[in-house]
Design a protein around this ligand. Structure first.
Ligand SMILES: [Ca+2]
Ligand SMILES: [Ca+2]
Ligand SMILES: [Ca+2]
Length: 443
């Protein structure tokens, strides 16, 4: 039996290691993860600490002036990852759309969290009133006939019901990075401030089962219910044919699959990690960087297998019971990329997985030291990804490709970057390819 467990660092690893004796963790041991710093230990600690974390930021609300016109969420300044990915500039172009569905395959989500509840996916077939005037979401009937009763926000594949409660915290944290509601004067904001989060619970720390089976069911659900993006931060060392098939079905439907590279601190080119390392065109494998843009020592890497780096250390996001706190790992980095993909798809509705993947991977910031860690040598840059689409003048009036000036106003976080002329060339070629595709479609 193969298990799949969410990749969270900190206390959870201890629990997982004790509870499952899973080869994945026993090989490297939980200590490796705890070494990544106090952030992870703090994040997964007891509830009061989380509340304290939330309280302290409430007393010290400082919203950078430049951001206030776009986002007014008080803790936004805690999110270094947003700054270093140039998300704030990107939001001048788009803040996302509720039409874009991101499936969060994880430990569930606190569906009552004030910073998440308005961005939850709503299954149209389980919404509204039935013939008797009862709410389809709670009438105990499988109104859309998809085999799941009252699956209005998603499904719990561990227990086979619609209770999406996150009794761990990981899933809620990931959901907030992807799409905590932006501009609601509360808490944080996700990379995609507006989005639809589909909640697919495959793992419950209190109910160990065959998590790979649950994983595959969740992927199949996301595919059949037309998610645009699947975010998955679990994984294992064993190739699984049925899992591969499920991700391939997503590929065939143009669904992007964003996968954590893993926290095994190994080279994935030699020690494969799945599903991140399946050879499919819709997968983006993500490793994690810290605020100085270095890959975490706990993160997997590989010049053939790992695609891009994104913020993953001490990431501040939503936690169950209306709380907030930091967590660390490639899970967090993965959620950043899913959020960017959601923005991109909202910005250009014709984009499928392949196009989104191409844009994200080509428009990141090149960093010398990522050459030995990723296939692209790049870290995520949300703004550049979006401005490549708007070659010319974007909604904000900023000339695309020339992102330097806009960034300098708020953050000076670019890497050594590519020359703008290269960016322009790339933009032209990508746009041509897109045009061709659109013409083909309309023929
Ligand atoms: Ca249903
Ligand atoms: Ca129903
Ligand atoms: Ca918010």
């Amino acid at each position: 039996m193969i298990f799949r467990i969410a990749l969270v660092l900190g206390t959870f690893l201890l629990i997982a290691a004790v509870a499952f004796n899973r080869p994945l963790f026993s090989q490297k041991g939980p200590l490796a993860s705890l070494e990544t710093g106090p952030a992870s230990a703090k994040s997964a600690s007891s509830e009061p600490k989380r509340q304290q974390e939330f309280g302290s930021f409430k007393m010290n609300v400082k919203v950078p002036k430049q951001n206030s016109v776009i986002m007014n969420d008080p803790a936004i300044h805690k999110k270094w990852g947003l700054q270093k990915s140039n998300a704030l500039e990107a939001w001048q172009l788009t803040t996302g759309s509720r039409d874009i569905i991101v499936a969060i395959v994880d430990t569930g989500i606190d569906v009552n969290h004030p910073d998440l509840k308005n961005n939850l996916w709503r299954n149209p077939g389980e919404s509204g009133l039935d013939e008797k005037g009862n709410d389809k979401a709670t009438n105990g009937i499988d109104d859309d006939g998809n085999g799941y009763v009252d699956d209005v926000h998603g499904w719990n594949f561990v227990h086979g019901n619609h209770n999406l409660k996150d009794n761990h915290g990981h899933g809620t944290h990931i959901a907030g990075i992807v799409g905590a509601e932006g501009g609601n004067k509360y808490g944080v904001t996700g990379v995609a401030p507006k989005v639809s989060l589909m909640v697919l619970k495959y793992f419950d720390p209190n109910s160990p089962g065959n998590n790979l089976v649950n994983t595959i069911k969740a992927f199949n659900y996301a595919v059949s219910m037309n998610a645009h993006i699947i975010n998955y931060s679990g994984g294992g060392l064993e190739f699984s044919k049925p899992e591969f098939t499920a991700v391939k079905q997503a590929e065939q439907k143009g669904i992007l699959f964003v996968a954590a590279a893993g926290n095994e601190r190994t080279n994935s080119d030699f020690n494969k990690y799945y599903p991140a390392d399946y050879d499919l065109d819709n997968i983006i494998s993500v490793t994690a960087i810290n605020p100085t843009l270095r890959v975490l020592s706990s993160s997997n890497y590989g010049v053939q297998t790992v695609d891009i780096a994104a913020p993953g250390e001490n990431i501040y996001s939503t936690l169950p019971n209306q709380s907030f706190g930091p967590m660390t790992g490639t899970s967090q980095a993965t959620a950043f990329v899913s959020g960017v993909a959601a923005l991109l798809m909202a910005h250009n509705r014709d984009f499928d997985a392949k196009a989104v993947r191409k844009y994200i991977l080509r428009t990141g910031d090149s960093l010398q030291w990522l050459k030995s860690k990723t296939s692209t040598s790049k870290k995520l840059n949300v703004y550049r990804t979006l401005t490549m689409l708007d070659q010319g003048v974007g909604a904000s009036g900023v000339v695309a490709g020339n992102t330097g000036s806009a960034e300098a106003d708020v953050f000076s976080s670019r890497g050594d970057g590519e020359k703008n002329s290269n960016l322009n060339q790339l933009g032209n070629s990508l746009r041509k390819a897109l045009k061709k595709k659109q013409q083909k479609k309309s023929e």
